[in-house]
Design a protein around this ligand. Structure first.
Ligand code: NAD
Ligand code: MG
Length: 476
């Protein structure tokens, strides 16, 4: 039985979006030198939310110069003083969290339940966590007085716009670096609101600069000769291009790229709990998650029972208005991403896997994709190898733990994995065998600022979060 829910939309009156925004350079908003702009839309209904500046090479240069100038004083501040600014930013994020959650759901399409209960609390937590490190860097294991690198050029994706900003900016500032950050072209707004928070916090000019623009802006930024550190999260393809740009320079680089995580369910797992973990693993944030559990590996003996329960659960997922508090699955972030998901799902069908989706009505306007499951998937299928980055789960089976490990590791990626079993010894054995930066056991998609996150192989290198996350921003 599916319950009928009355609409429960969050009010958009809590956020005041200006018709246009400039670039945030040296503490001021200014138009791009070339005068170019582009629009950002709500993917739920294609409504234009605002117009933002498209930064060109002149703007990138101006922002890097502002960051370089600010670096002198910022890096010379005692850690305890830098911490005060970061704590202030963290508190302002908490104070403005309802506004920022609505903004994020509007620009990105993610359900308000997630932006409110997951993104925003994690964003604030990340700033609180690294604020705490700023005056303790000498005790982090990187020497008695570790030095910052200088100017960090940071490029982030659209799936967790403000959270990826926090992952990049909080450790950079705590260590004494200054930053130039480029948000993704489909989700620029929360970074611009963050610029306002920096002003509210009295952060010295030039310590944080925000450049909106597309991939060409990102390419200019990472290639700028006066950038000392490059941090990128996004596709493996662009990650490789950036690695080529940075090769042969003395820039320090961290890459957080794609994934094709295996969520592995053994026959002794608590099935109902596993079903919740599978749903959370692949349908959280429409599956726009680099560590999404996009391959379900289920032990053959419990396949039927598990798939029955999973299909029942999927039939209760509510797809629709991101601002409705009852919504489980929001809009796909862009027309381009929707086209990619459709193409890969079609490939799944044409290569012989069996497609299933619950009956669900999708809105007419905007970009939507129903939660989808493929069974009969083999390891050679594209949907078992390529990152779909959407609400699509590929189901494979195994008989022995060794087979589960071999299949789980049979991917160019290595970001995350999940293991569902009652046996503690098996969890530890599996965690040792799996080539993945994060292994969750009897849970999935759990994040904490104190816990390092990052990949193996084509999922990238370097760690974000925790003490490990400091290393990327220190001269060690
Ligand atoms: P993308 O890698 O093209 O974009 C990510 C960011 O990089 C954006 O800010 C973009 O403007 C910038 N960028 C693009 N080209 C650049 C270049 N040459 N130099 C510097 N910066 C550049 O990702 P996308 O096109 O939005 O998504 C494509 C696929 O990437 C998705 O289907 C998904 O598989 C994957 N992806 C992964 C993550 C992740 O978190 N690991 C995030 C987003 C997308
Ligand atoms: Mg948008």
């Amino acid at each position: 039985m599916t319950f009928e829910y009355a609409p429960a939309p969050e009010s958009r009156a809590v956020v005041d979006i200006a018709p246009s925004y400039g670039l945030f350079i040296d503490g001021e908003f200014a138009d791009a030198a070339g005068g170019k702009v582009f629009k950002t839309v709500s993917p739920a209904n294609e409504e234009v939310l605002s117009e933002v500046a498209q930064a060109g090479s002149e703007d990138v240069d101006r922002a890097v110069k502002a960051a370089r100038k600010a670096f002198e004083k910022w890096s010379a501040l005692p850690g305890a003083e830098r911490a005060k600014y970061l704590f202030r930013i963290a508190r302002l994020i908490q104070e403005r969290s309802r506004e920022l959650a609505v903004l994020e759901s509007l620009d990105n399409g993610k359900p308000i339940r997630e932006s409110r209960d997951s993104d925003l609390p994690l964003v604030a937590a990340h700033f609180f966590y690294y604020a705490g490190w700023a005056d303790k860097l000498g005790h982090a294991g990187y020497g008695a007085d570790p030095k910052p690198l200088g100017v960090a050029g940071q490029v982030i994706p659209w799936n967790f716009p403000l959270l990826m900003l926090a992952w990049k900016i909080a450790p950079a500032l705590a260590c004494g670096n200054t930053v130039v950050l480029k948000p993704a072209e489909t989700t620029p707004l929360s970074a611009l609101f963050f610029a306002d928070i920096c002003r509210q916090a009295g952060l010295p000019k030039g310590v944080v600069n925000i450049l909106t623009g597309d991939g060409s802006t990102g390419a200019e930024l990472v290639a700028h000769p006066d950038v000392n550190k490059v941090a990128f999260t996004g596709s493996t393809e662009v990650g490789k291009a950036i690695a080529r740009t940075v090769a042969g320079t003395d820039k320090k680089l961290t890459l957080e790229l794609g994934g094709k995580a295996a969520n592995i369910v053994f026959d002794d797992a608590p099935i109902d709990q596993a079903v919740e973990g599978i749903v959370n693993g692949i349908f959280f944030n429409q599956g726009h998650v680099c560590c999404a559990g996009s391959r379900l590996l289920v032990q053959e003996s419990v396949q039927d029972e598990l798939l029955d329960a999973l299909k029942r659960r999927m039939s209760t997922l509510r797809v629709g208005d991101p601002l409705d508090k009852n919504t489980d699955i929001g809009a796909i972030n862009s027309a381009e991403q929707l086209a990619r998901i459709k193409a890969l799902a079609d490939a799944g069908e044409s290569e012989g896997a069996e497609r299933w989706a619950p009956a669900c009505e999708l809105p007419d306007a905007g970009y939507w994709f129903a939660p989808t499951l493929f069974t009969g998937v083999t390891q050679a299928h594209r949907i078992a190898q390529e990152e779909i980055f959407g609400p699509v789960l590929s189901v494979l089976t195994f008989r022995t733990p060794e087979e589960a490990v071999a299949k789980a590791n049979n991917t160019p990626y290595g970001l995350s994995a999940g293991v569902w079993t009652e046996k503690g010894s098996r969890i530890l054995w599996m965690a040792n065998q799996l080539r993945a930066g994060i292994v969750w056991s009897n849970t999935f998609n759990k994040f904490d600022p104190a816990s390092p996150f990052g990949g193996y192989k084509e999922s990238g290198f370097g760690r974000e979060g925790g003490r490990h996350g400091l290393e990327a921003y220190l001269d060690v």
